[in-house]
Design a binder for this molecule. Structure first.
Ligand code: SAH
Length: 213
């Protein structure tokens, strides 16, 4: 349980009671390495190995809120990482498909999400998320948790009419903005930048080198 964390996020402007409840019910400590467990309920990103981080809870909550989930959606997540955002999404959507490029992180997330938590509505895959998940497409929602200067074509192609895509857009170590893309029922695309952010880079085709801290 992370009740104190959810309360803090409410104080920072997260309004959706379903998002706050999902965060309160979930123990973020499960998703961080043991050395950082004591910091799990703080609103900050933490290292999870391989040069990657578990996202800051405020950003997870903010992105989830912007996805406007009603409970019936099929969601694609790119960048499983620790699996924390995956678990939050799984509490609020019909099914979450999540892709991670770093195999050991994908394995660890699989143990937590499918083993320990036994979430029935999560599917995981190891590979390049820039390609999406073609055989499960289209998706009502797509969320990318790593930054890219260009929206991968495959993700736009796999977004259902009426769907939303949210991703950090910008240079890997430079300025990035969280962009929300809406595909109208007519097929037209609209977009809006909603928050300045800092995410680790979305890699294309190659996983980051093992052994990075
Ligand atoms: N939501 C995750 C964020 C992890 S950081 C969490 O809170 O734990 C972003 C993740 O994206 C990293 O684990 C990184 O390995 C992964 N990633 C980077 N490029 C990717 C790609 N092309 N396909 C899939 N995952 C990718």
């Amino acid at each position: 349980m992370s009740v104190a964390l959810a309360r803090r996020l409410a104080g920072q402007g997260i309004r959706d009671p379903r998002v706050l409840e999902a965060i309160a019910r979930l123990d973020r400590g499960r998703f961080v390495p043991e050395a950082h467990r004591a910091e799990a309920d703080l609103d900050q990103p933490l290292p999870i190995g391989f040069g990657q981080t578990i996202s800051q809870p405020f950003v997870v909550a903010f992105m989830t809120e912007r996805l406007e989930l009603s409970g019936d959606e099929r969601v694609l997540e790119i960048g499983t990482g620790s699996g924390y955002q995956t678990a939050v999404l799984a509490a609020l959507a019909r099914h979450v498909f999540s892709v991670e490029i770093v195999a050991p992180l994908a394995e660890r997330a699989r143990e937590v999400l499918l083993g320990e938590l036994a979430l029935p509505n999560v599917s995981l895959r190891t590979g390049d998320g820039a390609l999406g998940w073609p055989d499960a497409a289209p998706f009502d929602r797509i969320v990318v948790t790593a930054a890219t200067p260009r929206i991968p074509d495959a993700l736009i192609a796999q977004l259902a009419p009426g769907g939303l895509l949210i991703l950090p857009l910008g240079e890997p170590h430079g300025d990035q903005a969280l962009r929300v893309i809406r595909r109208e029922r007519t097929g037209a695309l609209g977009s809006e930048d909603v928050l300045p952010v800092r995410f680790v880079p979305l890699t294309h085709g190659v996983a980051p080198k093992d052994g990075a801290p």
